[in-house]
Ligand binder design. Structure first.
Ligand SMILES: C[S@@+](CC[C@H](N)C(=O)[O-])C[C@H]1O[C@@H](n2cnc3c(N)ncnc32)[C@H](O)[C@@H]1O
Length: 249
C-alpha cells in the first residue's frame, strides 16, 4: 500500500531534523518539498527519488495548495510508488496547511502518517535563550498568524491576544506588523511590553533585535527584517533580554 508521510523539516538547521524524518527521507520514492528547506536536508533524499518543488513563498506561490493536494493524491494512487514524502518547513501542523493535505488524502482513502518537526517558535525561543513559558511570568503561549490582519479581522479575538498573561508568537507577522501592534495596544497590551523580531532562526545568518511593543514597526523599518521571521511579544522576552545571553551561545 502506498503511504504519504507529512514530514516536518524543522526551522532550518539540518541538525534539528528528527531521526525519524531522516529515516523516512532516506526511504522516499518521491518527495514534494517547500521553499524553506535547506539543501543539506534535501541531501537525505535518495538520488533516484522523484523530487517536486512546491515553492510556497509569500510572493511566489509556485504551486497552489489544491495542486499540491492533487499531486500527493496522484502520486499515491497512480505512480506505483510506495513512500511518498511531503516535506514541510517547521512542523506540518503549525501554520503548515498539513490539515488540508491530510483531508485530501483521507477523502481519497490514502494512508498517511505525520512526522512532527520543530516549529519556528520553539527553535527561535531556543536560539535566543527565551523560554516561551515561564511560571514566574506567563501561564501560556499563543501562536498566531499575522497573515490576514490587513484590517480589523472579525475572526480575531484581540482581547485574548493582548493578554499580558500569555506569550504571543506571531508567524508571518512582518507585512501587517504596524496594524497588529495598533490592535494589541488598543486592546490593552502595554506599549512597553518587551518584544523581539528573529529572522531565519537557527540558520547561519540568523539575526534578531529587541524593542518595546510600540517600537516594533520602527525597528522593522530600520533593520529591514525579512521573511522568514517571527515576532515574539511578552514578559518572557524581557526575561531573556535581562539574561543578556552571557551564558548562551
Ligand atoms: C507558512 S509558515 C510555516 C510555519 C512552519 N510550519 C513551522 O512550524 O514553523 C512560515 C512562517 O513561519 C515562520 N518561520 C519559519 N521558519 C522560521 C525561521 N527559521 N525563523 C523565523 N521564523 C520562521 C515565519 O514567520 C514564516 O513566515
Amino acid at each position: 500500500m502506498p503511504k504519504v508521510f507529512l514530514v516536518g523539516a524543522g526551522p532550518g538547521d539540518p541538525e534539528l531534523l528528527t531521526l525519524k524524518a531522516v529515516r523516512i527521507l532516506q526511504a522516499a520514492d518521491a518527495v514534494v518539498y517547500d521553499k524553506l528547506i535547506s539543501p543539506e536536508i534535501l541531501k537525505h533524499i535518495p538520488e533516484g527519488a522523484l523530487k517536486y518543488y512546491a515553492g510556497k513563498s509569500k510572493s511566489q506561490h509556485l504551486m497552489k495548495q489544491e495542486e499540491i493536494n492533487d499531486l500527493l493524491v496522484d502520486l499515491a494512487k497512480n505512480s506505483g510508488l510506495k513512500t511518498i514524502v511531503r516535506l514541510k518547513g517547521g512542523d506540518p501542523f503549525i501554520f503548515g496547511r498539513g490539515g488540508e493535505e491530510i483531508e485530501a488524502l483521507a477523502k481519497n482513502n490514502i494512508q498517511f502518517e505525520i512526522i512532527p518537526g520543530i516549529t519556528a517558535a520553539s527553535a527561535c525561543g531556543a536560539m535566543l535563550g527565551l523560554p516561551l513559558t515561564h511560571r514566574d511570568f506567563v501561564s501560556g503561549v499563543h501562536f498566531f498568524t499575522g497573515h490576514g490582519c490587513k484590517d480589523i479581522e472579525p475572526g480575531v479575538d484581540w482581547e485574548i491576544l493582548a493578554s499580558e498573561d500569555k506569550t504571543l508568537v506571531i508567524y508571518m507577522g512582518l507585512t501587517n506588523l504596524k496594524i497588529i501592534v495598533e490592535r494589541l495596544v488598543e486592546h490593552g497590551m502595554p506599549p512597553e511590553m518587551p518584544a523581539v523580531i528573529i529572522e531565519k532562526g537557527s540558520m547561519p545568518d540568523q539575526r534578531h533585535a529587541y524593542a518595546k511593543l510600540s517600537e516594533l514597526p520602527e525597528l522593522l523599518e530600520r533593520q529591514k527584517f525579512e521573511s522568514p521571521a517571527l515576532v515574539i511579544i511578552g514578559k518572557v522576552v524581557g526575561f531573556a533580554e535581562s539574561l543578556n545571553h552571557k551564558h548562551h551561545k
